[in-house]
Ligand binder design. Structure first.
Ligand SMILES: [Zn+2]
Length: 356
C-alpha cells in the first residue's frame, strides 16, 4: 500500500472557493466522519464454519446493542439456509459481509499453509472467487466489496481477478501494522490477528492487545484493522462474551468521543477513496429554506450506493453553519471552533446551508 500519510491536517482536496462574498468557506471531505482522528475496523472471520457459530449467535447481538458495526468473513461453501438468512439480517443492520472464499483452503502452495488446510489449496479460482461472490450477492442481497484471503496468503493473479470482479479491498497485507489514512483503490490492507491466549505465536505475530489497537489510532491517527474469530465458541482465539462486550463498549465510547470512527473495512476504504473524488460546485443562493445551495459530484457514486449507511462529511471553515438540509430533511451538523461537520449522502446531489 502507498504510504502517503497525512495525519495532522484534514485532506485538503476538492476545495471549492466560492463566490467573492463567501470566500471564507471551503468545502472538503473530512479526514474521517464526525471529526474522528483515526478509524478502526473489526472483522470476525469464518462465518458459517461450524467452529465459529458465535459470530452470528452471540457477537451480532452484543454489537447491535452498542450500535457497533463489524465485518464478518463468510466461508461460502459452508453456509446453509439458516446461516444465509442470518447473514442477510446482519448485513441489513449494517455489518459488512466479506468474502472469505468458497473452500477456506490455502490460496498458495506454501507448506505451513497447505498443512493447515487438510493438505488442500486453491485449484479452482472460478469457484473460490467468482462463484463465492455471486452466492453472497444472491443470498445476502449485497455484492461484497471486500475479500479476506484465508490465512492471509495470496498471489498477484488472485488480486487481479478480484479487481476485475469489482472488489475495492482485500486483506492481504503484512499483518500487525496500522494502515495509512489513504488507501488507494483497490486497497490491499493489513490486519492484526487476535491469537489464542496460550499460543506462543501470539508474542511473535500479534502486535497489539485487543483494546490497545483502537486506543492506538485514537492517539496517533491512521486506520487499524483487527481480525478475530468467534465469540463463546470453538473457533481459533475465541473470546468470552464478556471480553467481546467490553471491547465493543470501548469502540462505542471512542466513537461517541469522536476519537475513532468504527466502521467495517469496505466502508473505511470507500470513505477514504471519496476524499479526492468529490467535486464541489460554487455555493449559490436559491435554497428552498433561503440558504445557499452547494452542488457536489462523487466519482464513486455507483459504489457509494452499495453502502447506504456511509455518510460523507463536509468540512466548512469560516462562519458557523446554523442549519443544513438535504432536500427537505435536516442534515446533521456539528460545529466546533472554525469547523462544522455536515453529514450528507455519499451520492452526488446538493445540500443547503444557512450561515450564522
Ligand atoms: Zn478464516
Amino acid at each position: 500500500m502507498e504510504t502517503r500519510i497525512r495525519r495532522f491536517v484534514p485532506v485538503a482536496l476538492a476545495i471549492a472557493l466560492l463566490s467573492a462574498a463567501h470566500a471564507q468557506e471551503r468545502f472538503q471531505v473530512a479526514l474521517w466522519p464526525e471529526g474522528a482522528k483515526g478509524a478502526y475496523s473489526l472483522t470476525l472471520d469464518d462465518y458459517c464454519g461450524d467452529w465459529a457459530r458465535g459470530v452470528g449467535e452471540t457477537a451480532d447481538a452484543i454489537a447491535r446493542a452498542e450500535g457497533v458495526r463489524f465485518g464478518f468473513s463468510i466461508i461460502v461453501g459452508q453456509c446453509g439456509r439458516a446461516q444465509w438468512e442470518k447473514a442477510r439480517s446482519m448485513a441489513e443492520w449494517g455489518h459488512e459481509p466479506l468474502n472469505h472464499s468458497w473452500s477456506h483452503t490455502c490460496p498458495t502452495e506454501e507448506d505451513w499453509c497447505v498443512a493447515s488446510s487438510q493438505r488442500r489449496h486453491w485449484t479452482d479460482l472460478a469457484l473460490e472467487l467468482d462463484s463465492s461472490t455471486a452466492a453472497i450477492e444472491r443470498n445476502v442481497g449485497i455484492r461484497p466489496v471486500t475479500f479476506a484471503f484465508p490465512f492471509d496468503r495470496w498471489l498477484p493473479e488472485q488480486r487481479a481477478a478480484l479487481e476485475r470482479l469489482g472488489y475495492v479491498a482485500d486483506r492481504s497485507g503484512q499483518g500487525g501494522r496500522v494502515n495509512d489514512d489513504e488507501p488507494d483503490l483497490p486497497a490491499h490492507y493489513s490486519a492484526d490477528a487476535l491469537f489464542p491466549k496460550d499460543d506462543p505465536g501470539r508474542l511473535r505475530f500479534q502486535s497489539f492487545s485487543l483494546d490497545s489497537l483502537p486506543k492506538h489510532v485514537a492517539a496517533r491517527g491512521g486506520w487499524a484493522t483487527r481480525t478475530m474469530h468467534g465469540v463463546a465458541d470453538a473457533s481459533w482465539g475465541s473470546l468470552d462474551a464478556d471480553e467481546f462486550a467490553a471491547h465493543v463498549r470501548l469502540m462505542s465510547r471512542l466513537r461517541r468521543e469522536r476519537k475513532v470512527w468504527s466502521a467495517p473495512p469496505g466502508d473505511v476504504v470507500l470513505y477514504a477513496a471519496m476524499r479526492d473524488r468529490v467535486r464541489f460546485g460554487k455555493a449559490a443562493p436559491g435554497g428552498a429554506h433561503g440558504g445557499m445551495l452547494v452542488k457536489y459530484e462523487n466519482e464513486l457514486d455507483s459504489l457509494a450506493a452499495l453502502r447506504p449507511t456511509l455518510r460523507l462529511s463536509v468540512e466548512v471553515a469560516g462562519r458557523g453553519v446554523k442549519r443544513a438540509w438535504q432536500g427537505d430533511a435536516p442534515a446533521k451538523t456539528v460545529c466546533e471552533g472554525r469547523y462544522c461537520w455536515v453529514e450528507v449522502s455519499p451520492r452526488s446531489g446538493e445540500f443547503e446551508l444557512e450561515f450564522e
